[in-house]
Design a protein around this ligand. Structure first.
Ligand code: ZN
Length: 319
């Protein structure tokens, strides 16, 4: 099934009730019909509490069990409207605005819902980058430029990988790394890029050893022209990311939450040419159904309160 509403009018026609949203999720979870997660039986009763009661083993499961919507106190009706808003906003929408529009009493509620969606933006088992890939690191946060190879206080180091599609930006992967050592960089590259790919880096010694991991390592040596940009694609991604964090999130993203934002940026960036917002809606719900549930307290960490302000504006699409 790859069925989604194309316009807001269609969206409102499709999802008029909680039941309609449940049915949509049912189709995503069990496209070939119900299947018990305990015994694989294919028949179930729907109980009064809207649980699927397996006719064979008696196991009961809800439509949202094992998805990001598990244990949510909010109706799917509300979630669907939130997701539609998130994928359709190109020029920024504030969490506060969404809180009001959706009639939520507490700001924390919308904040946690948005963060759950950010987690769902990372497709489980997604493909790694391939072909020719440019790799570089950049520092996020802090005022002074950081020194490479050392931890800079108040800064986070982010590894950028971007496919070179004939000098155009292809897909990207972003990941926060501990430092610029081989031990940090190589496993991150392995997680994000298919072996056999050509990986272009500068001559930093943290990248030594890539060849032995099955990559065609292309080192861009320092050229005679001072200031020549050796890794133009990676630098453009770094600039766009910083602009986005600065503009949308006012540069106030905390290091401990940075991965969430990197995932959101990646999701939007890799789909920036997608013409259909409806398809983004479909993808995000599909991914929300297919990932492990997340508890609010796992997201909050210990500093929700100081972080609230920085998450106020959410989110814009990449250019
Ligand atoms: Zn069963």
């Amino acid at each position: 099934m790859e069925d989604y509403p194309l316009t807001i009018i269609e969206f409102e026609k499709w999802f008029t009730s909680e039941e309609a949203c449940r049915e949509y999720i049912f189709q995503l979870r069990w496209p070939d019909g119900f299947r018990c997660s305990r015994c694989a039986n294919e028949k179930a009763w729907l109980t009064k509490r809207k649980l699927y009661h397996c006719t064979q083993c008696g196991y009961e499961t809800s439509i949202t069990a094992g998805t990001i919507f598990q244990d949510t106190r909010h109706p799917l009706y509300l979630w669907f409207r939130l997701i539609w808003n998130v994928v359709n906003q190109k020029n920024g929408v504030s969490a506060l605005g969404l809180q009001r529009a959706l009639g939520l009493k507490r700001y924390e509620t919308i904040w946690i819902m948005l963060h759950k969606l950010r987690i769902a933006m990372v497709r489980p088992g997604r493909e790694r980058l391939s072909g020719i890939v440019e790799v570089d690191e950049t520092y996020i946060g802090g005022k002074k430029p950081g020194k490479r190879g050392r931890g800079a206080s108040g800064k986070s180091l982010v590894l950028i990988a971007v496919e070179d599609k004939e000098n155009h930006l292809g897909r990207i992967r972003l990941r926060k790394v501990q430092d610029a050592s081989t031990a940090s960089l190589i496993p991150t590259i392995q997680a994000g890029i298919e072996p056999g790919s050509s990986v272009r880096t500068d001559a930093w010694n943290g990248y030594i050893g890539l060849s032995s991991k099955g990559y065609n390592h292309i080192v861009m040596r320092q050229s005679a022209n001072v200031g020549e940009n050796l890794l133009p694609l990676a630098h453009r991604v770094a600039a766009l990311l910083k602009k986005w964090l600065q503009g949308t999130h006012q540069g106030a993203v905390r290091g401990s939450h940075l991965d969430f934002y990197l995932d959101e940026f990646t999701f939007r960036f890799n789909r920036r040419t997608s013409r259909s917002r409806g398809k983004l809606f479909f993808r995000l719900i599909q991914q929300a159904v297919n990932i492990e549930p997340v508890k609010g307290r796992d997201i909050r960490g210990d500093r929700l309160h100081t972080f609230l302000i920085s998450a106020d504006i959410f989110p814009i699409a990449c250019p």
